[in-house]
Write a protein that binds this ligand. Structure first.
Ligand code: GRF
Length: 188
């Protein structure tokens, strides 16, 4: 069975959706480790509750990105695919070179629209009527890697951020497991 590592720093709802899909036997992978730069995040708490190995670190305790990425790599033995799920850092060359075309990210917009931070806020500010979710391979840019799959979502008139975020998360949870399944099958 292939091993994945999930990188998460927030609430980890995507991590939970992926783990639930594994428990429900929809997804045939093993979560080897959850990596986080936020030791006190809800994602880490949930990983511990679910008996998933974790490695957490404080970036401020390292000289630079290369140093903490080297340490992360020590925790990625036998990992076939990295799944970013709310890890809010640009991946540096140390990890990118070691996991070439083996890092996925999920982003809450129809890329290439609304790259970077607060994509939901950007769409609302723009009065967009359509947004969505993208899963893509990670390259050295910010949300610029090859797109694997996307799903669109209407933005309703007078929609609140809260309701849009909720609907985006629902789409993310379905789309990510579908793409992970496809990518893992291609690796086999
Ligand atoms: C998601 O909206 C994802 O698109 C973005 O970060 C958020 C993570 O959410 N990259 P969660 O922590 O999985 O709930």
């Amino acid at each position: 069975m292939k091993n994945i590592a999930i990188f998460a720093s927030g609430t980890g709802s995507n991590f939970i959706a992926i783990h639930d899909a594994i428990l429900d036997k929809e997804l045939d992978v093993n979560i080897k480790v959850l990596i986080s730069d936020k030791p006190h995040s809800i994602a880490v708490k949930n990983a511990e509750l679910r008996n998933i190995n974790t490695f957490t670190f404080n970036p401020k305790e390292y000289k630079n990105k290369q140093e903490f990425e080297l340490e992360i790599i020590n925790h990625l033995n036998n990992v076939d695919l990295i799944v970013l799920a709310g890890y809010m850092r640009i991946i540096g060359p140390t990890l990118l070179n070691k996991f070439k075309n083996k890092i996925l990210n999920i982003h809450p917009s129809l890329l290439p629209k609304y790259k970077g931070m607060d994509a939901v806020g950007q769409a609302l500010k723009d009065n967009a009527t359509l947004t969505g979710v993208t899963v893509h391979y990670v390259d050295s840019g910010m949300d610029t890697g090859l797109i694997i799959d996307q799903e669109s979502l209407m933005i309703y008139p007078n929609e609140t951020r809260e309701s849009l975020e909720k609907r985006i998360h629902q789409v993310e949870h379905k789309l990510y497991k579908k793409v992970i399944k496809k990518v893992i099958e291609e690796l086999s």
